[in-house]
Design a protein around this ligand. Structure first.
Ligand code: ZN
Length: 454
């Protein structure tokens, strides 16, 4: 009979303690430590397990001896997901899909399940089979290989897995699962840890890829476990504004590929549509000349992306001017405003400034600085910028226009989309001199002002 053992876990970061304390030493939060019952099955004799493992034990190899066979990846039938994963699902891998509630994680994975050419087991602890069927019918009325199971106990899930032998397993969500080996409630740190460990063991032994959905807390971390992020092979994040139709899928961790790729989807009544040419959707098609908008040529992963920046500068109504941003770092905006004030003599200190990256996406490429500055100046002067110019440069504290990475790719994208000119830093080196687009080279904020408004 296993002795009832309890351990204390921080529910926020997963740190483990022998006794209760008020503050977590690891993440510094108060009142997050909770006692959880842990009943471990008796450990196996290390000798038997050692001899069993011995055959599979890795031994050191010379570099020349190591065989590099590319992973045989499973095509998910979804180009955006394939790209973010680095080419498809790796057999035996564990992928975690995180995102805020209601953002469309279940829709995305249900859609993938229906599209896959492989036999899929979709396990839901959140919805009944009837509810899932109703949603599935809206997405694809005639799926072939998708099995739906409503279950939350891991041992029962594995029993069904043995029966139908799926090629891909999807779990919605890890927070609803519980294992018999642990006595604490579903969603607690020890349950999440144990269930994930069981799933990893299953994935590695059967070479079946498993995708888990993980909910995100208000603070933006995947609920409960940092632990969970460390255990899985790939962490994907599904983000976007619930009120906007666009969703972005990006990899935060990827053992089998880069974390720079980005997938863009449009939420429709019938599911998520892949957006293959994102530049076109992120630029508004408005024929009127409006002041305060500028187009930035940015890169998300390997893919160039043209995005529209909108600024509104107005005289502050209240004593303290308001600064507000959507999709752009607010501190960075304050810095750019200070640079404009100090280096170019614009009196923006008493103005309200609102900044918005259209489409509800969030960008951290410094190359959009110049477009942000152009949009602010355009709104401040109330002069619309030409519609056929775009921008790609960073702004430094001295008011200098700094070069950006892979400028050629940005220029080519602007050229492809029919822009007449692009403004970049004078210091950027160009591999070739001939483009079908006019390249405006600037080195200081003053140059930008004189070029655009004089
Ligand atoms: Zn903690």
């Amino acid at each position: 009979m296993a002795k009832v053992k309890t351990t204390f876990y921080c529910q926020k970061c997963g740190a483990q303690y022998a006794k209760w304390q008020g503050k977590c030493n690891s993440c510094g939060d108060w009142n997050t430590i909770v006692e959880e019952l842990v009943a471990k099955p008796d450990k196996k004799d290390w000798k038997t397990s050692a001899s069993k493992e011995a055959k599979k034990l890795a031994r050191p190899l010379l570099i020349a001896e190591i065989e590099t066979t590319p992973h045989d990846r499973l095509n998910t039938g979804n180009n955006e997901l394939n790209r973010v994963l680095g080419g498809g699902l790796v057999p035996g891998s564990l992928t975690l899909l995180g995102g805020e509630p209601g953002i469309g994680k279940s829709t995305l994975l249900l859609q993938i399940s229906l599209q896959l050419k492989y036999k899929v087991l979709y396990v839901s602890g959140e919805e009944s089979q009837q509810q899932i069927k109703m949603r599935a019918e809206r997405i694809d009325p005639n799926p072939a290989n998708c099995f739906i199971l409503t279950e939350t106990k891991t041992q029962n899930i594995f029993r069904q897995v043995e029966e139908i032998e799926p090629e891909v397993v999807i779990i919605d969500s890890i927070q609803t699962l519980h294992s018999d080996y642990i006595e604490s409630a579903p969603g607690s740190i020890s349950q999440i840890r144990e269930c994930t460990a069981e799933l990893i063991k299953f994935a590695k032994e059967s070479n079946t890829p498993v995708i888990l959905i993980g909910h995100i807390t208000k603070e933006g971390s995947i609920a409960g476990p940092k632990v969970l992020e460390h255990m899985v092979d790939t962490v994907l994040q599904f983000e976007g504004d619930r009120n906007h139709v666009y969703r972005i899928l990006r990899a935060h961790k990827n053992r089998f590929g880069s974390t720079h790729e980005l997938g863009i989807y449009e939420m429709q009544g019938s599911g998520l549509r892949e957006v293959n040419n994102p530049s076109e959707i992120l630029i508004s098609e408005n024929d009127e000349d409006l002041s305060g908008t500028a187009i930035a040529s940015t890169l998300e992963g390997m893919r160039p992306l043209m995005i529209e920046i909108q600024a509104l500068v107005s005289t502050a109504v209240y004593g303290t001017p308001q600064r507000s941003t959507t999709g752009y770092n607010a501190k960075r905006l304050n810095m750019l405003l200070a640079v404009l004030e100090k280096r170019a003599g614009f009196r923006l200190g008493a103005k309200d400034v609102f900044l918005n990256v259209t489409g509800g996406i969030s960008v951290d490429d410094p190359a959009i600085d110049l477009a942000v500055v152009a949009a602010i100046l355009s709104s401040n002067e109330d002069i619309a910028l030409p519609k056929d110019i775009c921008f790609a440069a960073e702004i430094g504290l001295a008011g200098e226009v700094r070069p950006v990475t892979r400028v050629e790719q940005r220029i080519l994208e602007a050229e492809k989309l029919g822009f007449a000119s692009i403004m970049v830093s004078k210091q950027n080196k160009f591999p070739k001199s001939e483009y079908n687009i006019r390249i405006v080279k600037v080195s200081k904020i003053e140059d930008v002002v004189s070029h655009l408004f004089e």
